[in-house]
Design a protein around this ligand. Sequence first.
Ligand code: GLC
Ligand code: MG
Length: 265
Amino acid sequence: MSARILATDLDRTLLPNGTVAPEPGALNRFREWATGRGRSQLVYVTGRHRSLGRDAVDEYELPEPDWWICNVGTEIYSRGSTDPFPPWVDALSGGFQPDRIRAWAQAYLDGAKLQEREKQSSLKVSFYVDPSWATPEAEGRLQKALADEGLEARVIASQDETEGVGLVDFLAPGAGKARALAFLREHGQIPPERTVFAGDSGNDADALLSGVCGILVGNATWEVREGLRRALADHPEAHIYFASRPYTAGILEGLAHYGWLDADR
Ligand code: GLC
Ligand code: MG
């Protein structure tokens, strides 16, 4: 059996840390799946930076992944390495001007507050914003305004519904969860139909719509669910399974839907 990838977001997807109650036992079943995963590679795809990602593994006793995609797809780490994966560093180098973007965004985004220092990097500038800025439509407007200014970046808008705050990330062009995952797929020569990606929020949208086997977990907000349903019309290649169960239970529900829970590993 050839290799495949199970990629999952952490917060409020694999981790039951949202406002909806988790299903008891789901994380344990996932740990069992991961232990017997054979040639399936496990990839954590998170907005967190590497050390906050590690904190999640310790706190929730998660299985060690084969790869990490951190900081919303601006960094990739192989298992056990604390240095970003050099080919992805090379792929993203050049074109991103964090200082100019920071200054422009502070003026343009009413009331935006720069996120904590450790959440910023040379490839990512992130703000807390009013939730009205964190919709797919506002994301499109921001992307256009940025281009009109002659600045290059990818804009990713999402909501942290547990804190009631909007999040806007400006990423190096070519970055993002979808592209980092595609890079790992190509590295491992794994086709989209042998790749599952599970997520719950706005920064997962590009990967969910990228043509891999997508799973939106059941705790995703109505806005995220409806935004993705609308976006599906423009992405004929996308497959998204809308799970009804929350967090890890939703991932397992999606894996069953795609036929990944049988003996076939
Ligand atoms: C994570 C990151 C944060 C980002 C958010 C949404 O929480 O730490 O910087 O804004 O993901 O992508
Ligand atoms: Mg999430």
